[in-house]
Design a protein around this ligand. Structure first.
Ligand code: TYC
Length: 103
């Protein structure tokens, strides 16, 4: 650590030595041709705390545009959501894909 030191002992840190805020990650759902729409709406409600209306809007966006953001979280939370969604989809034999990307 380095910084400018004043007579009263105050140290003004240089910008580069300040602690950075932790990075955030988007959890993104990807479209496919097989997962039922109703299942995707259920996933958005169960794992992302969305209400039925917002869940339906996000599902339709993914269906039409190929991908959509379900939420933004710190790294560990995002990784857990991705794991939970993938595992839940596999349990139900659906090919639904979910990934995380730095926001
Ligand atoms: N395209 C799917 C269908 O027509 C629905 C779907 C939406 C699948 C969103 C995945 O992430 C998804 N049944």
């Amino acid at each position: 650590m380095s910084g400018e030191r004043f007579q009263d002992g105050t140290v003004v840190e240089k910008k580069s030595s300040r602690t950075k805020p932790p990075p955030l990650f988007q959890v993104v759902l990807l479209n496919d041709d097989f997962t039922p729409m109703e299942f995707v709406v259920g996933v958005l409600q169960k794992f992302f705390g969305k209400g039925r209306e917002q869940a339906t809007q996000i599902m339709l966006k993914v269906h039409h545009e190929g991908r959509g953001v379900c939420g933004v979280y710190p790294r560990d939370v995002a990784a857990t959501k991705v794991e939970q969604v993938c595992s839940y989809a596999r349990q139900h034999q659906h090919p639904l894909q979910c990934v995380m990307e730095e926001a």
